[in-house]
Ligand binder design. Sequence first.
Ligand SMILES: [Zn+2]
Length: 57
Amino acid sequence: MAKKNENRSDVALKCTECGEQRLRTSKNKKNTPERLEISKYCSRCRKHTIHKETKSA
Ligand SMILES: [Zn+2]
């Protein structure tokens, strides 16, 4: 069985420009209790855009 780590959780990231939701990352809930906002490369927009956390996977 996989080791349980309560502080890390997988989240889905959504591009704020085209709405594409295909990126995933994990975050530390203790360090980042608020919603994530990261600049990431979007393959649809073909540039870096702001990606926001949508929900936990
Ligand atoms: Zn995009």
